[in-house]
Unconditional design. Sequence first.
Length: 152
Amino acid sequence: MAQGNIVDAGDVLIVGAGLAGLFTALKLSPRPVTVLAGAPIGDGASSAWAQGGIAAAIEPGDTAESHAADTIAAGAGTVDEEAALSIAREAATRIEDLLRLGVPFDRDIEGKLAVGREAAHSHRRIVHVKGDQAGKAIMQALVAAVRACPSI
């Protein structure tokens, strides 16, 4: 294996056009990004099949630390605690990113994000799209944004 300094070549290659790949490409723009996928974007990724919702500590009284603690407890010794805390701390900001991209998360009667409590969560922190259509809606928004981005 070659050793040495990593040289910044400028362009980025992302392998995979699922939720993670497309979201990363958008976060890197306007830097030039090439997305390599086995099918046209939006057609081959299993991310669109994801049902349920996304957990984020966005309600008053909830915290990223509580979210991470719930995740760690539910994992029964299999969860990397630093990773859980890092992800929980980023979750609310990523929901905001998805809202800016046009993901139509469910709203309550006051127009606020409708947040549910599920599984091992101690607080209401799950946001959904039409109940169980989060994956499909997120992928539609990401695909539209990627297609509109000239650097991808």
